[in-house]
Design a protein around this ligand. Structure first.
Ligand SMILES: *Cc1c(COP(=O)(O)O)cnc(C)c1O
Length: 478
C-alpha cells in the first residue's frame, strides 16, 4: 500500500506545479494575455469562419499532458480567434461585454486563493465583500438601507432569484399559478418567461403589454390588463418593467409602474440588466426615476459595469421572502445559516459552492474608484446621442428613435429594392469584414440595424469607425 501511495503521489503532484514550473506558466500566460491586449485596438471585432473552433477536435483531452505553448496556440486560434471578440471596443452588437483588466485580475486572484463565498463561517471575508458590493449597488440604485440581494452568474440567473422571491412574498402555491398573472411589455427580454418556466410557473398567464412609439410600456394598457384579469377572477401578481430594453434601450415609465404596482398589490421586479447601471450617472437619474421603488431589480455588472462575463446582480428590498425562498438546513454545517453574524450568499440563491465572484467588481471599484465608472457610463450615453445626430445627417437613413440610453436602432432606406433585404445585406457585409460588429432586430416588423454602445473600450474613434464602415457598406451595396 505504501509503495502504491508513493507512486500515486509522484504522479498527482504534477497537478500542483512548484515555483520553478509556475514561473514558466505565469510567464507564458502573461505573455499571451499581454499580446492579446496589445493587439486588441486593431484586432477584428468579429471573425467569421467556416466551422469555427472545430480545430479543437485536433486537441482531444490527452492521458498525458501537453506542452503549454501548444495548448495556447489552439486557444488563440480556435477559441480567441473566432466569433465575437468580447473585449473589443468595436463590439457594438447585442449588449456588448467589456472585461476590465482589473476585473480579470480579480477573477484570477479569486481562483488562486479559492476563498469560499457561499457560507460566512468558511469565507467570512469573501462573504462580507459580496455583501459590501451588494449594499453599494443597492445604494446606487436608490434602494433603502438594509436591502439585500445576490451576485449571480448573469441577469437570467438573477431574474430566477427575483421571481422565486416574488413568489414567496405572495405565498403562491402550485395551485395558484394558473391565476397568478405576470405583466411585462412587448419588448421584455425572453429570459423572464424562461425563468418563470424554470421556476415551475409556466402556467402563470403572461400579459404582453403594448408599448408606445418609443417602445415604452403604456401604463394605461397595463392598468386595463390588470383590471380585466381582476374581473376574470385572476390574481395579478408580478410586474416586470424594463429599465433599458435589449432592442432599443427603451426605459418603461417606472414611476407609473410603481404607482400601479402599489395600487393593485403587485410585486415590481425591474429588469435593469442592461440599463440600471446608468443610474450611476446624473443625466439618467431622471429617465430611471422610479427604479428605486422596485421591490426587486436586476442589473448586470458584466454589461454596464464592464466586468468579465458571468456577473448579474439581483437586488431585493425585502430580505424576508428572499431568504425564505432559499432557506436550507444541513447537519454537516457547523451552525444554521441564520445564526451567523452575516447573511451568507447561499441563503439568497440556489448556489452553494460559490466562488468569490464579487472580487471581479470589487477590485476594479477599489482600484479605479466609482467616479471612473460614472464617467465611462456618461460617455456611452453621450456617444449614443452623437451617433444618432450623425445618422440623422446621412441621406437615405432612418435614424430611429432618439436613444433613451446607449442603444441605437436605425435603418437604411434604399431608393429602390427591399429595405429589409438591403439592411440585412449591410449587416452581413460588416460581419464578414469583422472590423465592427453590429447586430439587427425587428421594430414594427421592419428589420433595423442596432448599434449598442456599452463596451468600456468604445470611445468616439470606435463609433466614428462604425459609422464609416456602415456608410461604405451601404455605398458598395447600393
Ligand atoms: C442581457 C439582458 C438580460 C439577460 O441577462 P444575461 O446576463 O444575459 O443572462 C435580461 N434583460 C435584459 C434587458 C438584458 O439586456
Amino acid at each position: 500500500m505504501l509503495t502504491q501511495l508513493k507512486h500515486l503521489e509522484a504522479q498527482s503532484r504534477a497537478l500542483d506545479p512548484d515555483t520553478e514550473v509556475r514561473a514558466g506558466l505565469w510567464e507564458a500566460a502573461r505573455a499571451y494575455g499581454e499580446a492579446f491586449l496589445q493587439a486588441l485596438p486593431e484586432a477584428p471585432a468579429f471573425v467569421l469562419r467556416e466551422h469555427p473552433g472545430a480545430g479543437l477536435a485536433d486537441l482531444p483531452i490527452p492521458e498525458a499532458g501537453r506542452p503549454f505553448p501548444r495548448i495556447l496556440e489552439t486557444l488563440s486560434d480556435q477559441v480567441d480567434g473566432v466569433g465575437a471578440n468580447g473585449a473589443s471596443g468595436r463590439h457594438l452588437a447585442f449588449i456588448p461585454p467589456s472585461s476590465l483588466f482589473a476585473g480579470a485580475l480579480g477573477d484570477l486572484l479569486a481562483a488562486i486563493t479559492n476563498r469560499y463565498a457561499g457560507y460566512f463561517f468558511a469565507g467570512p471575508g469573501a462573504v462580507r465583500m459580496e455583501n459590501q458590493v451588494i449594499a453599494w449597488l443597492a445604494r446606487e440604485m436608490g434602494l433603502p438601507e438594509g436591502s439585500s440581494g445576490n451576485l449571480a452568474a448573469g441577469g437570467s440567473m438573477a431574474h430566477l432569484v427575483g421571481i422565486c422571491t416574488a413568489r414567496e412574498a405572495a405565498g403562491l402555491k402550485a395551485a395558484d399559478y394558473p391565476r397568478a398573472c405576470v405583466y411585462l411589455s412587448d419588448q421584455a427580454h425572453h429570459c423572464i418567461e424562461k425563468a418563470l418556466r424554470v421556476a415551475g410557473m409556466g402556467e402563470a398567464p403572461v400579459r404582453s403589454i403594448p408599448t408606445d412609439s418609443e417602445f415604452r410600456l403604456r401604463p394605461e394598457a397595463l392598468e386595463a390588463a390588470i383590471r380585466d384579469d381582476l374581473r376574470a377572477g385572476l390574481r395579478p401578481w408580478l410586474l416586470v418593467p424594463t429599465a433599458g430594453t435589449t432592442n432599443t434601450g427603451a426605459v418603461d415609465p417606472l414611476d407609473a409602474c410603481a404607482d400601479l404596482a402599489a395600487r393593485y398589490g403587485l410585486w415590481m421586479h425591474t429588469d435593469g440588466a442592461y440599463g440600471a447601471a446608468f443610474a450611476l450617472t446624473e443625466p439618467r437619474k431622471a429617465t430611471l426615476g422610479g427604479l428605486e421603488r422596485s421591490d426587486s431589480l436586476v442589473l448586470d455588472p458584466h454589461k454596464g459595469l464592464f466586468t468579465p462575463l458571468g456577473l448579474g446582480a439581483v437586488l431585493v428590498r425585502h430580505l424576508d421572502p428572499l431568504r425564505k425562498a432559499h432557506a436550507f438546513r444541513a447537519d454537516y454545517l457547523p451552525s444554521p445559516p441564520e445564526d451567523l453574524e452575516e447573511l451568507s450568499p447561499s441563503e439568497t440563491t440556489l448556489e452553494f459552492s460559490k466562488h468569490a465572484r464579487a472580487l471581479r467588481l470589487w477590485l476594479p471599484l477599489q482600484l479605479h474608484g466609482a467616479a471612473a465608472f460614472r464617467a465611462a457610463l456618461e460617455e456611452k450615453l453621450l456617444l449614443a446621442r452623437y451617433a444618432h445626430a450623425r445618422l440623422k445627417e446621412l441621406p437615405n437613413v432612418d435614424p430611429g428613435p432618439e436613444p433613451q440610453l446607449s442603444l441605437l436602432a436605425f435603418r437604411f432606406l434604399p431608393p429602390a429594392g427591399d429595405a429589409d433585404a438591403f439592411n440585412q445585406a449591410v449587416l452581413n457585409r460588416l460581419t464578414a469584414e469583422g472590423r465592427v460588429f453590429l447586430s439587427g432586430t425587428r421594430l414594427g416588423g421592419a428589420f433595423h440595424l442596432r448599434m449598442a454602445i456599452l463596451s468600456a473600450r468604445t470611445h468616439k474613434d470606435q463609433v466614428d469607425e462604425a459609422l464609416a464602415c456602415l456608410q461604405e457598406a451601404a455605398l458598395t451595396l447600393a
